[in-house]
Design a protein around this ligand. Structure first.
Ligand SMILES: NC(=O)c1ccc[n+]([C@@H]2O[C@H](COP(=O)([O-])OP(=O)(O)OC[C@H]3O[C@@H](n4cnc5c(N)ncnc54)[C@H](O)[C@@H]3O)[C@@H](O)[C@H]2O)c1
Length: 339
């Protein structure tokens, strides 16, 4: 996966990770203060209308900055905002309809741009709305949680929860760019930061043992928000995800490895009620559970383990076998992988 460092005189470095998907390729820009770099956004904004989607927590922190960044080099642009209620429990069709309503009321045409400013919840809702408004409009991600910076803003998965399960309704719809301003993390609660670190750990576990070791050695630096450690973790996680998504954008095979720990994690998250356990926390428990099952099966190989949550029963052995096959494939050289 190609990444580059652009050194800009008098300013911080900008790391660019490219997601190579032919005509749908896009850059992930990573750096501190990137919301003050309007030229990065302006090259990806189409048309003269933009709809910024955010939530009640993020709006007072970053909405003005995002609007300024969008309008500075597009002075004729008309801009509308949708401020959703905050929380996983609002990742639903009602929120998507709020986005559609705002776009329709503002007379947004097919050349408009939807911009998600927020964590994974806002990004997933806004992306899904962008995928279907006027059969698909331009979409930009400005992720503001560590979770969304290392994972959810990259790869094009968008969607909402349904009453019987997480992320059941959605689309694969790629953004035109992802702009990660690491300064946004200065406001993020510690628990949310730790939740995002779980997805970074997952990236190391599935694809890059050296990165996993680096995470082990630098976990305190990450928790202390050391800017160099944070930027590196975002870069490496995005590179790993981009590499896998490039091989299997629509998740017909190898991309499922990125769901490592998620089958159990989603079951736990759903049964705890959306919002009670953070997504990364549920994934962390799910990953630990995979290892626990591994150990149990080493001791008692013939055991069949069933997990029951919210009425669904998962056969752990099957999950594990599928996971092991995917891990093996993921550890082939990227170029060798046949999807
Ligand atoms: N699309 C994907 O590929 C993908 C991947 C992983 C997770 N997800 C989804 O992402 C969601 C979880 O994302 P998340 O962990 O970002 O949760 P989130 O979007 O709910 O954000 C967490 C909390 O932090 C607040 N917040 C956001 N940025 C902030 C900041 N800079 N400072 C202070 N507070 C801030 C939010 O308002 C919210 O209260 C789940 O719905 C999960 O299913 C999607």
């Amino acid at each position: 996966m190609k990444s580059s460092l652009i050194c800009v005189a008098g300013t911080e470095e900008i790391i660019t990770v490219n997601v190579d998907l032919g005509c749908r390729s896009y850059p992930v820009y990573v750096g501190s203060g990137l919301l003050n770099r309007p030229e990065l956004l302006s090259r990806h904004v189409h048309g003269k209308q933009a709809l910024v989607v955010t939530n009640t927590t993020i709006a007072p922190l970053f909405l003005d900055k995002a609007i300024k960044a969008l309008q500075q080099e597009n002075t004729e642009m008309t801009l509308e905002t949708v401020i959703l209620p905050d929380g996983e429990q609002f990742k639903n069709m009602e929120s998507v309809i709020k986005v559609f309503d705002a776009a329709i009321e503002a007379g947004m045409d097919r050349r408009c741009t939807f911009v998600a400013v927020g964590g994974g919840v806002v990004g997933d809702i806004c992306g899904y709305a962008a995928s279907s408004y006027m059969r698909g409009v331009n979409f930009i991600q400005i992720p503001t949680t560590f979770m969304s910076q290392v994972d959810s803003s990259v790869g094009g998965k968008t969607g909402i929860n349904y009453r019987v399960g997480k992320n059941l309704i959605g689309a694969i719809y790629q953004p035109k760019c992802v702009l990660v301003d690491t300064n946004t993390l200065n406001y993020l609660p510690n628990r949310e930061l730790a939740s995002g670190i779980a997805e970074a750990i997952k990236c190391g576990l599935v694809k890059d043992g050296k990165y996993f070791e680096w995470l082990e050695n630098n976990i305190q630096a990450l928790l202390a928000r050391d800017p160099i450690a944070i930027a590196y973790a975002i870069k490496r996680s995005c590179e790993i995800k981009a590499g896998i998504v490039t091989l299997d954008e629509k998740e017909n095979g190898i991309r499922a490895i990125l769901n490592f720990g998620h089958t159990f994690g989603h079951a736990i998250e759903t049964s705890c009620g959306y919002g009670n356990l953070l997504h990364g926390e549920a994934v962390a428990v799910g990953m630990s559970f995979v290892f626990w099952v591994e150990v149990v099966l080493l001791i008692v190989p013939d055991l069949t383990i069933f997990i029951t949550a919210t009425g669904d029963t998962i056969e752990a052995n099957e999950e594990l076998q599928e996971g092991e096959e995917l891990l093996e494939r993921a550890n082939l050289e990227e170029g060798e992988e046949q999807v």
